[in-house]
Design a protein around this ligand. Structure first.
Ligand code: SF4
Length: 449
């Protein structure tokens, strides 16, 4: 999964600082901590694990062999170690949406400490958004999926270990769940404010929680705010972000805008671009321009039924045709950025359109196994033993699901959602199939796909 010279040149030309020697600086600058204790180079790369807390200390993970290997790969424009999402976006020329380029502008510390850390330490959330799942929302896990709560590995020991790293950090990012509900985040924020208050603290929030405790905290640090919102229409918004109240969220967004404007810190609006809200993408650009906020469209892969990537030829053509008719004012730096982001997102959709002819239709357990056996055999990240293990894991799990679903039309519906050649789906099912029992895989397929 290496970039061709032509694509590499296009990518380099469109990076914020121009051409750079490494295709991605995430493993050179960043660590991402997932809610199950797993540590990776970024929140996009969930399958190439660098280590796991508390089994490994933060220092061990940052200085470990796995991160060195990832550095080597990305120095050679090789995206095969869990970086297929970025690879796919770069090939689609959706450079503005690419996670990898986000690390270009962060400093590279000469003392070999990370300059960025990303935290997704808990799935505690007050919402049950239709495109989300129980790994990111405790309520969905409990109510929709009926899975046991996640066991949270992050204790005060984690905060203690961070003390060594904080003096070298330039930026920290907090995701959820809903970050303003997560207790350990308050401990980390207080620690950062005590040790190095100039650090950029970036928070991605659903904007439903804005109480006195939050406001008092925000007064103390260098907070930058990103808002997640998927519709600007009350009814649609509340049908997507279950439990949220539209008016309250808009009120809070305006408060956050004032807050960031006064402090001259970043303010962003991000939306998941989906089959049920794509018509609103131009409205998001205008809304963001009006608030002087940077817009970001998430490239939704799961659940498949909401992913634009899985639209059929006619639907996808309509989406592209409609979106390309829009034009926007682009005079201020934010307006120019937002226009660029919108145009790059259309390139992403066009690349999905080009891929339609390569889609593989999977209707039976046998189709699934032969398709993924070929994929596993071609997976450079695995050695021969790992390939054989993975093939037997896939075979066992899929045969189990097959045996439990008597109605083969339902099986076809579940499996046909896994038919796209996009490697992110492969990476995700590889991860879940390895970790979960047969019954858990069955439940997950029923609950989520
Ligand atoms: S290439 Fe993308 S997925 Fe891989 S480490 Fe960099 S940002 Fe993460």
């Amino acid at each position: 999964m290496k970039l061709s010279e032509e694509i590499k040149a296009y990518y380099n030309e469109h990076r914020p600082l121009g051409a750079m020697p490494k295709s991605c600086y995430a493993p050179f600058k960043n660590l991402y901590f997932g809610s199950d204790g797993r540590v990776t180079a970024c929140c996009f790369n969930r399958s190439y694990e660098l280590g796991s807390f508390p089994k490994n200390t933060i220092r061990e993970i940052w200085n470990g062999e796995k991160i060195k290997t990832l550095k080597e790969k990305l120095s050679e424009a090789d995206f095969s170690l869990g970086c297929s999402g970025c690879y796919q976006q770069i090939v689609a020329k959706n450079i503005d949406g690419t996670k990898a380029k986000q690390y270009d502008e962060n400093p590279l510390n000469s003392n070999n400490y990370p300059s960025v850390m990303e935290f997704e330490l808990s799935n505690l959330c007050n919402l049950e958004c239709i495109m989300c799942n129980g790994d990111y929302s405790s309520l969905i896990r409990e109510k929709r999926e009926k899975r046991p709560p996640l066991i949270n590995p992050y204790t005060d020991e984690f905060v203690k270990q961070l003390e060594e790293f904080i003096p070298h950090l330039h930026m920290v990012k907090f995701y959820g769940g809903e970050p303003f509900l997560v207790d350990i985040y308050y401990k980390i924020w207080e620690k950062i404010i005590e040790i190095k208050p100039s650090i950029i603290i970036s928070i991605q929030t659903n904007a439903t929680i804005l109480n006195q405790k939050v406001k008092r905290l925000l007064e103390k640090g260098n907070f930058h705010i990103g808002i997640s919102i998927d519709s600007l229409k009350k009814e649609k918004y509340e049908s997507i972000r279950i439990n949220a109240k539209f008016e309250r969220v808009i009120e809070n967004i305006l408060w956050f805008k004032e807050y960031t404007q006064k402090r001259n810190t970043f303010f962003g609006i991000s939306a998941c671009a989906m089959t049920n809200n794509w018509e609103e993408l131009p409205a998001f650009v205008r809304f963001s321009n009006a608030l002087n906020a940077q817009v970001y469209f998430h490239n939704l892969i799961y659940p498949s039924r909401l992913s634009l990537m899985n639209e059929d030829e006619n639907q996808l053509k309509e989406v592209i045709d409609v979106l390309t008719t829009f034009s926007f004012e682009a005079k201020t730096p934010i307006e120019i950025k937002n226009l660029n982001h919108f145009n790059d997102y259309i390139l992403q959709l066009k690349s999905y359109f080009k891929e339609i002819e390569y889609r593989v239709l999977i209707y039976t357990a046998e189709d699934f196994l032969s398709y993924y056996t070929i994929k596993i055999q071609a997976d450079n990240a695995l050695n021969e033993n790992e390939k054989n293990d993975l093939i037997s894991i896939f075979t066992e799990k899929i045969n189990y699901v097959d045996s439990k679903i008597n109605n083969k039309e339902i099986l076809k519906e579940k499996l046909s959602n896994l038919d796209h050649k996009n490697n992110m789906i492969y990476d995700m099912i590889k991860k879940y199939f390895k970790e979960l029992s047969n019954e858990e895989v069955f439940d997950l397929m029923m609950a989520r796909i």
